[in-house]
Design a protein around this ligand. Structure first.
Ligand code: HEC
Length: 116
């Protein structure tokens, strides 16, 4: 009986170590190795999936129906993150769709002014 309990304990430990390893492998390298280019590229992909319908191809729109993202103040990342997460007037909120990483990548893309 004691033997079985110890065996189960060991199994729990192994599972815990595996979970930790997966967490470490998933988190650490992404941030450390993603280049600016990769972030912009990923951001553009998110943009083309979620934003292009209102904000236009390469962020080009006439700026009347929706905001001209090429004019977004680049010194105000906090405003960008907040508007994207929570939405603004007729723009829907994206926080249930896009995670922090995706929003960070979108910001890298917006900073290119649509030229990447
Ligand atoms: C359904 C149409 C629609 C979609 C899709 C959309 N937006 Fe918007 N967005 C708008 C409108 C409309 C505004 C202008 C809001 C206002 O009146 O201030 C806006 C404004 C913005 C602003 C400026 C907010 C501010 O602080 O002034 C940002 C940044 C923005 N959108 C980013 C995005 C991003 C990133 C996506 C994709 C994840 C996206 N939008 C998808 C309609 C949309």
């Amino acid at each position: 009986m004691i033997f079985i309990v110890q065996k189960q304990k060991k199994r729990v430990q192994i599972v815990a170590i595996n979970v930790l390893t997966i967490l470490l492998l998933n988190n650490a390298p992404v941030q450390a190795t993603e280049s600016k280019d990769q972030a912009q590229k990923a951001g553009k992909e998110h943009y083309n999936s979620y934003c292009i319908s209102c904000h236009g191809i390469n962020m080009v729109n006439i700026g009347t129906r929706s905001f001209d993202l090429r004019k977004f103040p680049l010194n105000d990342r906090a405003r960008f993150v907040k508007s994207v997460k929570d939405g603004k007037k007729s723009m829907p909120a994206w926080k249930d769709v896009l995670g922090d990483d995706a929003i960070r990548q979108l910001w890298e893309y917006v900073k290119t002014r649509g030229k990447s």
